[in-house]
Write a protein that binds this ligand. Structure first.
Ligand code: 4AD
Ligand code: MG
Length: 453
């Protein structure tokens, strides 16, 4: 039975006999001894294996290529050399899987563009390794955050008939019927279905039964935007709280982001230090500040004024009633605030039908959280809990009531103020790592014309 390198090193203990297994990062061979750096993905540094001439397969070990898989039996000793605290003196090196010179990840720097073309191998690199370790830990942290607050974890459907956001970005689902052209209306489900763009509507139903809930799952959007921030398949975390308004919603979002910042610094310190050194200088300090910051709240109207007064020549127009583009979002969080900022109360015309209508008759109780570099990381709102106002807005927007009868029922019996938001998990990972492209924070990205593996 092998021990993971991270676990082994955390336990220490000189003279300990153990078995480790992993992939060769480098080999330095001399006459009498070979030094093999072995990495099993559990941490960044891996373990130095010292193989002596007394090993039966010393020569093959000296010739090992980068990427080969090994299982090593040996004794853990304190390393006399600088650079590592421990090394493993091998008593047996089992060459499990060879790797020849054609292995694409030879020891040199590769561009992220190139690594995307070898998505099957890139998790073995330092940077992508650190990203996916952090991603895994963060997913656990998300559950921990909500468990500590007694939120129920709700599993909402992936196949659905409703386009929650009404943006027409639903991927269609149909069965494959050999020979016949697909029939989206009359196949398996007997109606048009697609992949969910958000679990919110079903999440609301659960909030109206369990008070505080969250979803965390894959989300799909047929957005044809080839940007560094959009993926066709991404993960979203959507909390929903009953008896809560927009202020409560923003408070939860702020606590959540601060918690995740603190968590990354405390639980993933090595990987965060790596990002700080190689991806974004000053990252750790930036995240430390966010972990303690009070997030600014700004009305949409004020945001528009600030942008207009900025004197900056934006590519997209800035005018009350128009949606904010990434360049505006970045300007607000980077130049105006210098940190995360909530923009509140957007014009109703640019937001979804379910958002609560404000008394001014022209805005809704919406909130977006904007952060430097990434732009919008969270979108949320207080929901329209008044049946008459909701149906009136649906009529205005041309949203059909009939297929959403179940959603409207929730406003008939025991309706109450409620609010929630969606955090894009990949955008969070980008924010916490400093990575610039969403394609490099999701294991196998799905973007226009990219879904090979
Ligand atoms: O602002 P959005 O569209 O909001 C909703 O879907 C609401 N139903 C959420 C809710 O209130 N429960 O999306 C929420 C977040 C965005 O702020 C962004 O972080 C992320 O989801 N997101 C994407 N991430 C990656 N690729 C895409 N194509 C994304 N679209 C949205
Ligand atoms: Mg949004």
């Amino acid at each position: 039975m092998k021990t993971r390198i991270r676990t082994l090193l955390a336990g220490g203990a000189s003279g300990r006999e153990c078995v480790v297994a992993g992939w060769v990062r480098s080999v330095r061979a001399a006459k009498e001894v070979a030094f093999v750096t072995l990495n099993d993905g559990s941490d960044m540094a891996g373990l130095q294996v010292v193989a002596g001439k007394d090993l039966a397969n010393f020569d093959p070990v000296c010739r090992l290529g980068t990427g080969a898989a090994l299982r090593v039996h040996g004794t853990l000793v304190e390393s006399p050399a600088a650079g590592q605290q421990w090394e493993l003196h091998a008593t047996n090196v089992e060459i499990v899987g060879e790797a020849d010179d054609a292995y694409p990840l030879q020891k040199k720097r590769h561009t992220f563009e190139y690594l995307r073309t070898i998505a099957h191998l890139r998790p073995r690199t330092n940077t992508l390794g650190a990203v996916f370790r952090l991603r895994s830990h963060l997913a656990q942290a998300v559950h921990r955050f909500f468990a500590e607050r007694d939120f129920l974890y709700a599993h909402t459907p992936i196949i659905t008939a409703s386009d929650c956001e009404g943006a027409g970005e639903l991927f269609r689902v149909t069965t494959l019927d050999a020979g016949a052209p697909p029939d989206f209306d009359q196949d398996f489900f007997g109606q048009r279905t697609g992949l969910t763009v958000s679990g919110q509507l079903e999440g609301e139903l659960f909030a109206l039964a369990f008070s505080d809930i969250y979803t965390f799952g894959p989300t799909f959007r047929a957005e044809n935007s080839n940007t560094p921030r959009h993926a066709a398949e991404f993960w979203m975390i959507e909390p929903e709280m009953a008896f809560a308004d927009l202020a409560d919603d923003a408070e939860l979002a702020e606590e959540f982001i601060r918690y995740l910042c603190r968590f990354s610094l405390e639980e993933c310190a090595d990987d965060m230090a790596f990002f700080d050194k190689h991806i974004e200088k000053g990252l750790v300090e930036r995240i430390r500040q966010v972990a303690e910051a009070d997030f600014v709240r700004m009305d949409y109207g004020e945001a528009i004024e600030r942008l207009q007064r900025s004197g900056t020549a934006f590519s997209f127009p800035v005018e009350w009633g128009l949606d904010l583009q990434t360049e505006h979002e970045r300007y607000l969080s980077e130049q105006v605030v210098g940190g995360p900022v909530f923009i509140l109360n957007y014009p109703k015309e640019i937001k979804a039908f379910y958002m609560r209508q404000n008394n001014d008759g022209r805005t809704v109780a919406a909130m977006d959280l904007l952060v430097p570099k990434v732009g919008e990381i969270i979108g949320g709102s207080q929901r329209e809990e008044r049946l008459d106002r909701l149906t009136a807005r649906m009529t205005e927007m041309g949203v059909s009531q009939e297929p959403l009868w179940w959603y409207l029922d929730s406003r008939r019996w025991g309706s109450c103020p409620h609010a929630g938001f969606g955090l894009g998990f990949e955008r969070l990972v980008m924010y916490l790592t400093g990575m610039d492209n969403i394609r490099d924070v999701i294991p196998f990205p799905r973007t226009p014309r990219h879904a090979e593996f």
